[in-house]
Write a protein that binds this ligand. Structure first.
Ligand SMILES: [Zn+2]
Length: 354
């Protein structure tokens, strides 16, 4: 989350490793202390015991001092973890919801994807339902799609209907984000495909050329995440990176990294295409949990009217709640502005320059 140390170990990783070792040492010291104090007759300790019988008081004092030092060290590291978390976590001071819709690519030239619901008949009602309430979502777009049957990369630029649909939504205020290069996690056909700099950088450039806008948000395909990919995504200039491994939103310098969104629709079993979903009351439970709620949906999984109906009911509930629905980029701008304002306030009150 915070600046990387040599060997791609983050500062928080280091703290967590240290705190584990120190805690183990504390336990060992307590056991030693107990053995020496109680003069326990364990075979393994017999030699120490003979020695400690003579110098029991001195040994007790030494171990006690070591224990105290360790406890102080442990508290210190715990405090460092806490303050690191405080200084890097994104503070959300009001109820905000982000809607993320994933998997927009060339659906015209990959016919075998049709049976998974990659059709406009399924895509359009989802965005229509969101628009009905005046909400806007962020759409995860990939410049290519890997066709499993032909083992080819099919470019988005050849699906004019999809481009027109996305352009229309973009004009209406929807945000277009990048969702990987070709959405392939097949380790034989595209190993490390999403991670490499060339694909992250060129993918972004190609999308920006197609839509003539800047891409600021990135979501890893399949929610699969590596440090290499993260570093390349940051280097490519993305401002906000969603669906990662963090439990809540964090700052990494001026980049915001957010947790995985809540997806109420899941693939049931492995043998058939069977998408099931949790009832909208559960969506509301999840929504109520925290100030920042990220709803992650895949329009291709809306294969029944019941699912669409639950989305509608959920959005109706949200509409009546005191919440602001934002795209990822709008969230980034809102938080960055808040951070700036706070800095200005500090310099005015306490003469601390930004
Ligand atoms: Zn996806």
């Amino acid at each position: 989350m915070v600046g990387l140390l040599p060997g791609s170990l983050t500062l928080s990783d280091l703290y967590y490793i240290l705190v584990g070792y120190v805690f183990a040492l504390i336990i060992i010291s307590i056991i030693l202390l107990y053995i020496v104090k109680k003069k326990l007759d364990i075979k393994f300790w017999k030699k120490i015991l003979n020695f400690s019988k003579k110098k029991n008081k001195e040994i007790f004092k030494i171990i006690l001092v070591i224990l105290l030092i360790l406890i102080i060290l442990y508290s210190g590291i715990r405090f460092a973890i806490y303050s690191l978390d405080q200084s890097t976590s994104v503070k959300v001071d009001k109820k905000i919801m982000i809607i993320e819709l994933d998997d927009y690519w060339n659906i015209e030239d990959v016919e075998n994807y049709e049976r998974y619901g990659y059709t406009f008949d399924q895509f359009i009602p989802v965005t229509d339902t969101i628009s009905k309430y005046g909400f806007r979502a962020t759409l995860g777009v990939t410049p290519y799609i890997f066709d499993e049957s032909t083992k080819e990369n099919i470019p988005l630029i050849e699906d004019q209907q999809m481009i027109d649909y996305l352009k229309k939504l973009s004009d209406e205020g929807y945000e277009l984000g990048m969702h990987g290069y070709n959405h392939c996690r097949n380790q034989y056909h595209c190993p490390k495909y999403e991670e490499v700099w060339f694909n992250v950088y060129n993918g972004k450039r190609e999308l920006e050329n197609i839509f003539n806008i800047q891409f600021n948000s990135y979501f890893p395909p399949g929610n699969y995440w590596t440090t290499e990919q993260y570093e390349n995504v940051k280097r490519a200039g993305f401002k906000i990176i969603g669906n990662t491994h963090v439990p809540k939103a964090y700052f990494d310098s001026d980049v915001i990294i957010t947790q995985k969104g809540y997806d109420p629709i899941y693939h049931y079993g492995w043998h058939a295409i069977d998408f099931r979903h949790t009832p909208y009351e559960e969506w509301i439970d999840e929504y109520e949990k925290d100030n920042l709620f990220i709803l992650q949906l895949h329009p291709n999984t809306f294969d029944t009217l019941e699912k669409l109906d639950d989305l509608d009911k959920f959005l109706a509930y949200v509409k009546n709640d005191d919440v602001q629905v934002m795209t990822y980029k709008e969230f980034y701008d809102y938080i960055s502005q808040k951070k700036k304002d706070k800095g200005v306030q500090l310099s005015a009150k306490g003469n601390i320059k930004q």
